[in-house]
Design a protein around this ligand. Structure first.
Ligand SMILES: [Zn+2]
Length: 427
């Protein structure tokens, strides 16, 4: 403890601890903080002075006196800083801005072609700069960026290992470094399904569950699995590739190079491809054929619309999605005994068209002792779960990680706008 480096670290941990106590138990007085933490009143006074100078804490009036002076109440100032969360997919990126209590706002989707990083990353950087410089955001103190990314990631060095639904140009791409050096803000990256699983746990329907799986159904299919509230990472951090479970070894070719993977049969591009291949064989009165004749194109929204008509081709297509997803989820339930499974991502808009089929198939094929207690439902956070999860992840790093730089040096925070962190200062 006499080592100056060590005492600086302890001081930082105490600042972080006090800030989190104020955030979780506000309004709270200095005396209550001293009683709760065991830190001396003078230590608390010093830490609170710094936190007020940094604008993270505000005095909000007087509390009840229990003899002596009335105590001053303190509150966490969640507007002192903001983070940006993104979910990247091949054709569009969802952006969200959240304050320090993760109240995401300004959620918007921007069309960006991410087939290669050489093309996509400069466009992404331009969009982030545009967002930060917008009039309503220009006075905000942006502290970090979270990225939910569709692929295998090396979290330690910030590299993309492989992103089969974006393209081979992403292999080994240093996404964290590229964004940090261009934007001057710390960047936290995570697989999109894992980020979404955390969002579901922290802010969605999953708050009551410690063992849940979030299934991201969109351009691909992947899962984030929580075991006892912790993300299942696997030995290299690549766990969760449920979309590449093989359903039919002679089935359609998958972007991963194998045949008959779940996502090559049930993900959004697979459904659109199937419709386009079979359109000339579909009954001429079918609503999907009429849409095709009008537009010469088919999108997910068209298939969802057509599926509302009983007996339509699209209705049976989603029933088939439910059957295939049901088989995979029955296996997942038998294997890992989750309390709940939430289905989100772009295809969640069609959830009502296949969720009951999934439940039926699961109840037929999974062990009843396990499946009868597993909740299966559509995510309440909808298609924005990944971006909300990315905000949550970066806030967790900023406010809870002992390695975070947020409260390292009060002087730096005081400089606020115009101040940018170096790359090594977060995680
Ligand atoms: Zn595959």
């Amino acid at each position: 403890m006499s080592n100056p480096g060590n005492s600086k670290y302890v001081k930082k941990l105490n600042r972080m601890r006090i800030l989190n106590m104020i955030k979780d138990y506000e309004p709270i007085s200095r005396q209550q903080l001293s009683e709760q933490t065991g830190l001396t009143p003078s230590a608390i006074t010093g830490i609170i002075r710094e936190l007020i100078e940094m604008n993270f804490v505000k005095e909000v009036g007087l509390g009840e006196s229990h003899g002596g002076r009335k105590p001053v109440k303190l509150k966490f100032n969640c507007k002192a800083g903001y983070v940006i969360g993104l979910e990247i997919t091949q054709h569009e990126t969802v952006f969200a801005i959240a304050d320090l209590k993760n109240q995401p706002k300004d959620i918007q989707s921007v069309a960006i072609n991410m087939a290669t990083p050489q093309e996509g990353i400069p466009l992404l950087i331009a969009e982030i700069k545009k967002l930060i410089e917008q009039q309503e955001h220009s006075k905000k103190f942006f502290m970090a960026i979270g990225i939910a990314f569709p692929g295998l990631l090396h979290l330690h060095n910030g590299l993309v290992k492989r992103a089969v639904n974006l393209g081979p140009a992403w292999n080994e791409y240093p996404i964290k470094e590229a964004l940090e050096s261009a934007l001057g803000l710390p960047v936290v990256i995570e697989n999109n399904a894992k980020a979404a699983a955390l969002a579901e746990k922290w802010f969605g329907c999953g708050t009551a569950y410690s063992n849940l799986a979030y299934i991201n159904m969109g351009e691909g299919i992947s899962t984030g699995i929580l075991i006892n509230d912790s993300i299942l990472a696997g030995s290299h951090g690549y766990a969760g590739q449920i979309g590449h479970m093989v359903l039919d070894s002679n089935g359609p070719l998958c972007n991963c190079g194998h045949r008959g993977c779940l996502e090559a049969i049930c993900a959004c591009p697979a459904l659109i491809r199937k419709v386009k291949t079979e359109i000339s064989f579909i009954d001429k009165e079918d609503p999907l054929v009429k849409i095709w004749e009008d537009k010469q194109d088919i999108r997910l929204a068209d298939i969802v619309l057509a599926a509302k008509v009983p007996g339509s081709y699209a209705e049976s297509l989603f029933r088939q999605v439910g059957k295939n997803m049901g088989l995979v989820l029955a296996n997942l339930i038998n294997l890992y005994n989750p309390e709940a499974i939430f289905i989100g991502g772009k295809m969640a808009v069609a959830g009502d068209l296949f969720i009951d089929v999934i439940r039926d198939i699961v109840s037929t094929h999974a062990f009843p002792e396990i499946a009868n207690f597993t909740v299966i439902s559509i995510s309440a956070l909808g298609a924005n779960t990944g971006a909300i999860g990315a905000c949550a992840l970066v806030l967790k790093q900023l406010l809870q990680s002992s390695e975070s730089a947020i409260l390292d040096d009060p002087e730096r925070i005081l400089r606020k706008k115009g101040f940018f962190w170096s790359r090594s200062q977060i995680i």
